[in-house]
Design a protein around this ligand. Structure first.
Ligand SMILES: [Zn+2]
Length: 258
């Protein structure tokens, strides 16, 4: 039986002298590993569509517990990302997170949409790396069911207060008053929010996917937002991402150069 899906190539590895395995992220089946026969030949008909960060149509069949690519058609390739070390590092981080959380056979429609949109904005230079990183981290968590409780203070439900804290481990908000009087969470990681950053967090989690990249944020707020979204994802996925370390290393080198 032939299966046809739209997919994004998120990993590739050559096998032997001719063949290649690729992982594609699909809306219907999550991550699917495909064997591409003859992919390493220059004349291979599937060469274009099976390279990293290529998005297109994949037609494959199943034999002996494996999926074999039959034909492919490239629709878009985010090639500009591959020309820029920092962008490539960030895209690799997005992909590592996605691969870590999405398994085979599980629908991944919203994650895929988030990833494709993020890569588009990254590739076309429409938003900064810092901006896209924050949006991806927070929205990704929301999409996989790990959205923090951002409606209001956990204890009094106040939507806004002069002081608001984001409790990273507890994934909730506390107003200044309730933050003061709690005595049980001293060791938990918390970050004091500004109104702008609180609104931004709510927007990223709740806005329609089509609009989630449509906001502006100042440099100072962006820095705070980034601290929150990164901490949040690392704490709740309990994992260190090597690609994130690499991305941060590039950012540090960039700062030294300036
Ligand atoms: Zn409160």
């Amino acid at each position: 039986m032939l299966i046809t899906v739209m997919g994004l190539v998120i990993a590739e590895r050559n096998v032997g002298e001719n063949d290649r395995f690729i992982d594609i992220l699909t809306a219907e089946y999550g991550v699917v590993e495909l064997c591409v026969k003859g992919a390493q030949k220059i004349t291979g008909k599937n060469n274009a569509a099976t390279q990293l960060l290529s998005y297109g149509k994949f037609c494959f069949n199943r034999r002996n517990e494996r999926y074999y690519l039959n034909s492919s058609e490239q629709v878009k390739v985010f090639y500009k990302i591959r020309l820029d070390m920092k962008k490539l590092a960030l895209a690799s981080y997005f992909i590592e997170i996605s691969k870590y959380c999405v398994t085979t056979g599980q629908s991944a429609k919203d994650v895929m949409s988030l990833l494709l949109n993020s890569l588009h904005f990254l590739s076309e230079d429409l938003r900064s790396c810092e901006f896209l990183k924050s949006v991806f981290e927070m929205r990704f968590m929301a999409e996989i069911g790990l959205m923090p409780q951002l409606i209001g203070c956990r204890d009094c439900y106040k939507y806004e207060a002069d002081e608001m804290y984001f409790m990273v481990d507890r994934a909730c908000l506390l107003c200044g008053e309730h933050f003061e009087y709690r005595d049980f969470e001293e060791n938990y990681y918390h970050i004091k929010l500004t109104k702008t950053v609180l609104h931004t967090l709510r927007f990223i989690c709740l806005a329609d996917m089509k609009r989630v990249f449509n906001f502006k944020i100042g440099e100072k707020s962006q820095k705070l937002l980034n601290e929150i979204t990164e901490k949040f994802i690392l704490v709740h996925l309990s994992k260190n991402f090597k690609t994130l370390d690499f991305y941060k290393q590039i950012c540090d080198e960039e700062k030294l150069d300036n």
